[in-house]
Design a protein around this ligand. Structure first.
Ligand SMILES: NC(=O)c1ccc[n+]([C@@H]2O[C@H](COP(=O)([O-])OP(=O)(O)OC[C@H]3O[C@@H](n4cnc5c(N)ncnc54)[C@H](O)[C@@H]3O)[C@@H](O)[C@H]2O)c1
Length: 256
């Protein structure tokens, strides 16, 4: 693949950057010339990602940061630190932090429900809000916020009432943000991955994976890099007329 330079001199923030899809997004953004803030609740994973990032372009500088996206204070601290180090807020933000806590609805604890909503949905709200507030406050001409939903948010999934609810919420949040923020030049879009091979899906029993694979028209799980490619498109000006969209990256799973 020819090296692309679509993100040169863009400051980008990727939550959940320490693993899986978030890590692949950091790598793709860095390879396209962006400076990347790798943010994760695990500082060790964030540093591990940081070590893998290319810095082939002049002015490119990456950093790793610890953040708990479910905490408003932690998110505020992150944005303040980024602004004091780079003298600008990130103009691209990918909300890839997320968790699962699967259980059948009949057994699910209130805590399991709350935790997944707190991180996946409220976390996406807090980060999107903080980045948008910073961009508007400094009069930035444009921004691109990308949320990570899931195909499960559309179709539901056995054992994932909490997760599916959180991801359906992320889509609604993204469309509302798109409507409110377009007048500030900020586009907001959601990617909906299907089954992507990451530490998150490593936990899924093989029996379930095999059953899912039989439903994927393209006949295999996706790679994190394949979701990252779509995020790079949505981050770049190639998608300048796209906002409020949800893009499925599923190999055709559940197209109907
Ligand atoms: N893997 C899939 O098949 C798949 C499918 C659909 C959607 N997704 C979504 O993609 C995103 C990334 O998933 P993944 O598969 O790469 O998972 P992953 O477990 O590999 O990575 C998630 C990362 O989020 C971080 N994180 C967790 N809680 C956090 C918090 N409170 N604050 C900051 N960081 C936190 C983790 O430390 C981890 O590094 C998630 O939102 C997930 O729901 C994944």
């Amino acid at each position: 693949m020819a090296a692309s330079t679509r993100l040169i001199s863009r400051l980008t923030l990727v939550t959940g950057g320490g693993s899986g899809i978030g890590r692949a997004v950091c790598q793709r953004f860095a390879s396209e010339g962006a400076s990347v803030v790798v943010a994760d609740i695990s500082p060790d994973s964030a540093s591990e990602t940081l070590e893998k990032l290319q810095t082939d372009h002049r002015g490119q500088g990456h950093m790793a940061a610890e953040v708990d996206v479910a905490s408003k204070e932690s998110v505020k601290r992150l944005i303040t630190n980024v602004q004091s180090l780079y003298f600008q807020p990130p103009s691209v933000c990918v909300n890839a932090a997320g968790i699962t806590q699967d259980d059948f609805l009949l057994n699910m604890d209130e805590d399991q429900f709350d935790r997944v909503i707190q991180i996946n949905l409220k976390g996406s709200f807090l980060v999107t809000q903080a980045v948008a507030q910073a961009l508007v406050a400094c009069g930035a001409p444009k921004g691109s916020v990308i949320t990570v939903g899931s195909i499960v948010g559309k179709v539901g999934n056995i054992g994932q009432a909490n997760y599916a609810a959180s991801k359906a919420g992320v889509e609604g949040l993204t469309r509302s943000a798109a409507k409110e923020l377009s007048r500030f030049g900020i586009r907001c879009n959601c990617v909906l991955p299907g089954f992507i091979s990451t530490p998150m899906t490593d936990k899924v029993p093989e029996k379930v994976i095999n059953k899912m694979m039989s439903l994927v028209p393209l006949g295999r799980m996706g790679e994190p890099a394949e979701v990252a490619d779509v995020c790079a498109f949505l981050a770049s000006d190639d998608s300048r007329y796209i906002t409020g969209a949800s893009l499925e990256v599923t190999g055709g799973l559940f197209i109907g």
